[in-house]
Design a protein around this ligand. Structure first.
Ligand SMILES: CC/C=C\C/C=C\C/C=C\C/C=C/C(=O)SCCNC(=O)CCNC(=O)[C@H](O)C(C)(C)COP(=O)(O)OP(=O)(O)OC[C@H]1O[C@@H](n2cnc3c(N)ncnc32)[C@H](O)[C@@H]1OP(=O)(O)O
Length: 292
């Protein structure tokens, strides 16, 4: 994989930065942003395709810093005019386990607020990006992890893993923007309503049949090849028109979200701090520990 620093490659699509250079760039451009800690980013010089690998062991659970890092990488890639983005995980078992529940348990309101705002920003950034996005789901992905996969345009999954949105299981409502994201993939409202109210979790093979994922790949290597093939299937000359068309499909969902951003935050803060939800969350965390 060849990478250059802030030069336009021959195909003119992508300024390329090594991970370390990107880290310096963040620090220089935003001041407050720290260097990547939970992700690695590589950009292929020939294809103009970036691969962002989630790397927050053991479960890639999403805390505010991690989510901020993913969102900033996407924004930087947009500026560098990369063609596409593949999201994947360094873990062999877990793509993303959703929000870091340990950080949602008995936490200060200000901390919970930081988590939710970071989740909102990450969703908005990924869902609205003009980049061609592929989730290479090489492990379980649930709740906020499902959000990452479903907000991408194309999903390639490895066999024998789980995918789904299980929020109601922890006694909390699925936010409207996540319902809209789900409907963008599973437009059958009855199926979507049933899946989300029942916290239905699909195994890879069933997810393919249901249309929740687009392809299964036998290995991560094969998945990467398929992801590159998907992104490369869009000709260079169509990229701007493609991005505008994507935006138009997603515009209503993005506007609904912007109109309700504050309300959405208030609902989360009020729900997550309820004693019964906190008590259930404590039990749920214990059950995760006991499995080990
Ligand atoms: C409380 C919810 C709050 C608000 C929701 C409100 C609105 C909802 C809208 C959308 C936003 C998204 C919300 C969320 O993302 S809530 C997160 C829900 N996530 C889960 O329920 C996933 C729980 N985890 C699992 O089911 C399994 O871990 C998984 C299937 C992902 C993988 O199974 P596997 O057997 O491979 O690994 P484990 O041994 O279970 O886990 C390894 C390790 O990781 C820790 N772990 C797992 N998940 C989390 C997590 N979400 N947060 C923090 N830590 C997690 C687990 O405890 C193990 O740790 P250790 O024992 O130390 O090795």
């Amino acid at each position: 994989m060849a990478a250059r620093i802030m030069n336009l490659p021959k195909h003119g699509l992508c300024h390329l930065m090594r991970t370390s250079a990107l880290a310096r760039h963040y620090a220089g451009s935003t001041g407050s942003a720290s260097p990547p800690q939970f992700t690695t980013l590589s950009v292929d010089d020939k294809t103009g395709i970036a691969t962002l690998t989630l790397n927050r062991p053991p479960a890639n659970a999403l805390n505010a810093a991690f989510m901020g890092e993913i969102a900033r990488s996407i924004k930087e890639l947009e500026k560098s005019k990369c063609r596409g983005l593949i999201l994947t995980s360094s873990s062999e078992r877990i793509f993303c386990a959703g929000l870091d529940l340990k950080e949602c348990y008995q936490a200060e309101a200000s901390h919970l607020q930081g988590i939710w705002v970071a989740l909102q920003n990450l969703w908005h950034t990924l869902y609205s990006t003009p980049l061609i996005t592929v989730a290479l789901i090489n492990g379980h992905t649930v709740a906020g992890g499902g959000m990452l996969a479903l907000s991408s345009e194309y999903r390639i999954m490895l066999p024998n893993f789980k995918i789904g949105i299980n929020e109601t299981m922890v006694g909390l409502a699925v936010p409207m923007w996540l319902i809209d994201t789900y409907l963008n993939v599973i437009p059958n409202r009855r199926v979507a309503e049933w899946d989300l109210t029942a916290s239905r979790i699909y195994k890879s093979e069933h997810a393919l049949k249901a249309g929740l994922v687009d392809e299964l790949a036998a290995s991560k290597e094969q998945g990467l090849e398929r992801a590159v093939a998907f992104i490369s299937s869009y000709p260079k000359h169509s990229l701007v028109a493609r991005a505008i068309t994507k935006r138009q499909f997603r515009e209503k969902d993005l506007k609904n979200f912007e109109d309700n951003r504050q309300h959405d935050l208030e609902i989360f803060l009020s729900n997550i701090q309820k004693p019964n939800v906190q008590s259930y969350l404590g039990e749920y965390l214990e059950s995760l520990k006991k499995k080990a």
